[in-house]
Ligand binder design. Structure first.
Ligand code: ADP
Length: 464
């Protein structure tokens, strides 16, 4: 950890610039400041958005990567090496641009490197689809961004990358490293900007496929735009939102369950699509369990992303903070607020909060922050709880805490979710057994990092 601190220290007040990286001349729109969510007085740098002319340049110059699978693999492994060598700068950008804690930053870099090496090792012989637009979110600004791009590139596609507007600096830095490693500029172009840039890059007939991670609503808009403007059958690979539940029954180990809940609901300030949103605790143990949960919440350290002691950093920006605060305020007005911590004064922070609900169907939308909803259930009604969870239509993650083997089988067979976690936290992929990805409103599949993902980026996809 001392080495990490030393490596990121030189970048504590560094100013980066993010701008389009094109296979042709760029004429981007005037730069604006990128905001540090933990400290409004600090800006990590500036961003210039892709103009309409830049979008045209990118579309006109995009060219699939003509190289053998071995050569693509060599270059992608080189990208992974460069990511690892530049970890200090990457961590500093993750802290200052995305508000990521130390723990999150380390996990993010590891995941990005894993994607690169996995897709490199599996670079296919089959021809590419052509030009892929990759649209990524701010909550995993390196891992998801890199995962989409490296899968598309491993298969030899040309990539037009549109990163989230909140995290252009990391995207710019990462693409610079990809070009340095040997990815041709015509095979990978970066177009920073907002939803309008994403919309332009998903509604042009020169685009052959789209990989998207973000909200379900945006995925639906993209699907409609593609149906109107792209060739029939153009692939859309979408990973979207969730309304994730966990059931804790009266045989669960309480200390284990409480720790898993704290991590699943509040790590990354709850800004994970996998995060636990609605907890169901069996009535018989609810009173004691709630006392323990409140105590554990009180111990969560809310702080600056770059401090080693921080468990929960800020949310991404003021728009996000305001939306979550409105949700908490509505619960307060109804007398449903069960526990709340204090927030720091500066920065876009939301403190971990516990809100009482009757069940998951009380949640009207995915509240993307450190807010946990709490319900109890009678042991006789377990199947009704499962039905309510399935009825949301989402199907991303689900957690179960029980020591009854038959119940593990009973519940996990019935819940519709892409990722199911038993007696552990509800976070991320499970290496070796469960790549990450959802069902229903949570995504089209196939799962990133799984065996069916790469074939979707080739002209002859394997059946799912
Ligand atoms: P989030 O809630 O994570 O910001 P969004 O779905 O709004 O989810 O954003 C995810 C990504 O989709 C971002 O890069 C955003 O700029 C992009 N985006 C937003 N609207 C559109 C659109 N109409 N077409 C294509 N991309 C879009």
């Amino acid at each position: 950890l001392d080495a990490i601190d030393a490596a990121r220290a030189p970048f504590a007040s560094h100013e980066w610039q993010a701008a389009p990286l094109l296979a042709g001349e760029a004429s981007p729109e005037t730069p604006g400041d990128v905001i540090n969510p933990a400290d409004p007085a600090d800006s990590p740098g500036t961003v210039a958005h892709a103009s309409a002319a830049d979008i045209e340049t990118a579309l006109a110059n995009a060219k699939p990567w003509e190289a053998t699978p071995e050569e693509r693999a060599r270059v992608l492994n080189k990208v992974a090496d460069l990511y690892e060598e530049n970890f200090g700068e990457i961590f500093a950008i993750l802290h200052r641009e995305a508000g990521k804690s130390q723990l999150d930053a380390v996990a993010e870099l590891r995941e990005a490197v894993d994607f690169l090496r996995y897709y490199a090792a599996n670079a296919p012989e089959t021809p590419p689809v052509g030009v892929f637009t990759c649209i990524s979110p701010w909550n995993f600004p390196l891992a998801i961004f890199t995962g989409q791009i490296s899968a598309a590139l491993a298969a030899g596609n040309a990539v037009l990358s549109k990163p989230a507007e909140q995290t252009p600096i990391l995207a710019h830095f990462a693409v610079t490293l990809m070009h340095e490693a040997g990815v041709p500029r015509a095979a990978l172009q970066l177009l920073p900007g907002g939803g309008e840039v994403g919309a332009a890059l998903t509604s042009d007939a020169r685009v052959d496929g789209v990989a998207f991670t973000g909200s379900t609503a945006t995925a639906m808009k993209i699907r409609a735009a593609m149906a109107e403007h792209l060739a029939p059958g153009a692939p859309l690979i979408a990973e979207t939102g969730g309304l994730n539940a966990m059931i804790v029954d009266s045989t669960a180990l309480p200390e284990q369950a409480v720790q898993a809940i704290i991590e699943s609901a509040f790590q990354s300030a709850g800004q994970r699509c996998s995060a636990l949103r609605c907890l169901y605790v069996q009535e018989d143990i609810a009173e004691d369990f709630l006392t323990m949960l409140r105590g554990a919440m009180d111990a969560v350290v809310i702080g600056k992303p770059w401090d080693l002691s921080t468990d929960c950093g800020p949310v991404i920006d003021e728009t996000a903070r305001r939306g979550i605060a409105e949700h908490i305020q509505a619960a307060r007005a109804d007398g449903r607020l069960m526990h709340e911590l204090k927030t720091p004064n500066a920065g876009t922070y939301v403190a971990p909060t516990l809100i009482r609900v009757n069940g998951i169907n009380d949640l009207e939308r995915e509240v993307f922050g450190p807010v946990l909803h709490y319900a109890t259930f009678d042991g006789e009604d377990l199947d009704a709880v499962i039905d309510a969870i399935n009825a949301t239509g989402y199907g991303l993650t689900f957690g179960l805490m029980t020591r009854i083997d038959d119940r593990v089988q009973h519940v996990t067979e019935r819940v519709h979710a892409g990722n199911i976690y038993v007696n552990r936290n509800q976070i991320g992929a499970i290496v070796g057994s469960q790549p990450f990805g959802g069902e229903g409103l949570s995504g089209t599949g196939p799962k990133a990092g799984g065996p069916h993902y790469l074939p979707r980026f080739t002209a002859r996809p394997a059946p799912d």
